[in-house]
Design a protein around this ligand. Structure first.
Ligand SMILES: *Cc1c(COP(=O)(O)O)cnc(C)c1O
Length: 450
């Protein structure tokens, strides 16, 4: 019955090399050959259907083949698909920048486009460093990052992340970051989150004092360290960090690539902390999951430090061929229109509550140590033992069993190690949530050998 699926799989394995994949795994783990998508559903070559519980790596907001976004991209393709952005401008690029300035926290008044999340982080790092260089503080060349953080997989972004295996292999090629403890509240009663986070801030304060004058910026993932296992912490830590950055005169880079555009419960996670970072990196949901695009938002104070006669050599030096791509801008504008068209954030609060209620049976599960949630991200952490909260050894690859169970039962999950999570498109409905939760819970039982 899986004739067409198998045919495409075989052709794929003859020529393709997949991202972040040990290709040998596909000797036993079948690739999912997707022919089409609609709403939260993906359909394979033989008509099998799967709920996209992870929004295709967290990029999709309003479903696959969304009529409104598709129509906007089609219209744009018939007018202007792409044009160089150096020395040239176009309506979609300007309109999108105007809207991003209006929507992001006050003070983020400048937009620099790129084409991927990593690209945006690289730009923020270079801009911060270059800002200090232009200010005559050339000894500032270090970045402070957090344990458990992830900012991408290019050499610069790996260097400011803590992506375990992903980083170790390339360590000799990377610049050295300063690693501060994450405020990660895993295993801590929500009542004590603020106190826990405040304590972690102390170490950061000490680090910034010890490295006075050497640090360009602190880079964080606001509220949720996603790739690090959907580890969460309270807004108060970000508020405290903003004050620390001001006191020690270093930039704050907020990487909202995963949590931006409503994922955290507010349009941007920094809003919950009442904070304006010096740089905000946006991507993933920016185009509703349609096209690769990213943006770095910054302040006029940063912009002005680069603004001078050409011969002063203070200008910012960075470009990508597809910067400001018109199709991507059109997809992003259509995505923002969907936020206007209905009370998305309000509706998401109900959807988030339904997701939480659907996994309530796991509260007493012997191998679920914690169920945590920030907005439209819900994570279930599998543990070998609830008393010690120890996870299973990573070599056992128990999360892969949940993944395989999901594929066999019509749900695309993609656990991160021992962490099973839901990060579905916002349009998921009640019965789809029930199915997603049922399959995930059965998958956890299977991984636990129950
Ligand atoms: C996905 C992600 C990135 C990298 O974005 P790419 O588009 O994959 O390069 C950076 N930071 C965070 C927080 C992310 O989730």
């Amino acid at each position: 019955m899986s004739l067409e699926n198998d045919a495409l799989r075989a052709r794929d394995l003859a020529v393709l090399w997949h991202p972040t994949t040990q290709m040998k795994d596909h000797e036993w783990l079948p690739l999912l050959p997707v022919r089409s998508g609609r709403g939260v559903w993906l359909e394979d070559m033989d008509g099998g259907r799967y709920i996209d519980a992870i929004s295709s790596w967290w990029v999709n907001l309003f479903g696959h083949a969304n009529e409104h976004i598709s129509a906007a991209v089609t219209r744009q393709a018939q007018t202007l698909e792409h044009v160089i952005l150096a020395g040239v401008t176009h309506e979609p690029a300007v309109q999108l920048a105007e809207q991003l300035v209006a929507l992001t926290p006050p003070g983020l008044d400048r937009v620099f486009y790129a084409d991927s999340g990593s690209g945006a982080v690289e730009i923020a790092l270079k801009m911060s460093f270059h800002y200090w260089r232009n200010a005559g503080e050339t000894q500032r060349r270090r970045f402070v990052t957090l344990t458990g953080s992830y900012h991408g997989e290019t050499l610069g972004t790996l260097a400011v992340g803590d992506a375990g295996l992903f980083k170790e292999a390339y360590e000799p090629l990377l610049m050295e970051s300063l690693m501060a403890p994450s405020p990660d509240c895993f295993g801590i009663d929500p009542e004590h989150w603020d106190a826990h986070a405040a304590q972690k801030l102390q170490a950061l304060d000490d680090m910034l004092r010890a490295h006075a004058g050497e640090v360009c910026a602190v880079i964080i993932e606001p509220l949720v360290q996603c790739a690090g296992g959907m580890r969460m912490y309270p807004p108060s830590w970000i508020t405290g960090l903003r004050a620390l950055c001001d006191r020690h005169r270093v930039h704050l880079i907020a990487d909202e690539i995963a949590v931006g555009f409503g994922r955290s419960g507010t349009l941007f996670a920094c809003e919950q902390a009442g904070v304006t970072p010096d740089f905000m990196c946006l991507s993933k949901g920016l185009t509703g999951g349609y096209l690769p695009m990213s943006a770095v938002m910054t302040t006029n104070a940063v912009y002005d430090a680069f603004y001078d006669e050409y011969t002063s050599m203070r200008g910012f030096l960075h470009s990508h061929s597809y910067t400001g791509n018109a199709l991507a801008c059109a997809a992003a504008l259509a995505t923002l229109e969907l936020f206007e068209a209905s009370p998305v954030l309000e509706d998401n609060r109900r959807t988030a509550r339904l997701m939480r209620e659907a996994v309530a049976p796991l509260e007493s599960h012997p191998n679920v140590g914690e169920i945590r949630q920030t907005g439209m991200i819900l994570a279930m952490e599998m543990v070998a033992d609830r008393d010690t909260m120890q996870g299973w050894d990573w070599r056992e690859r128990r999360g892969m069993q949940v993944y395989a169970h999901g594929l066999e039962n019509g749900v695309l999950l993609r656990p991160i190690g021992n962490v099973v999570y839901f990060m579905p498109p916002y349009i998921i409905n009640e019965s789809e949530i029930a199915q997603m939760a049922e399959v995930a819970m059965a998958g956890i039982d299977r991984a636990a050998g129950l």
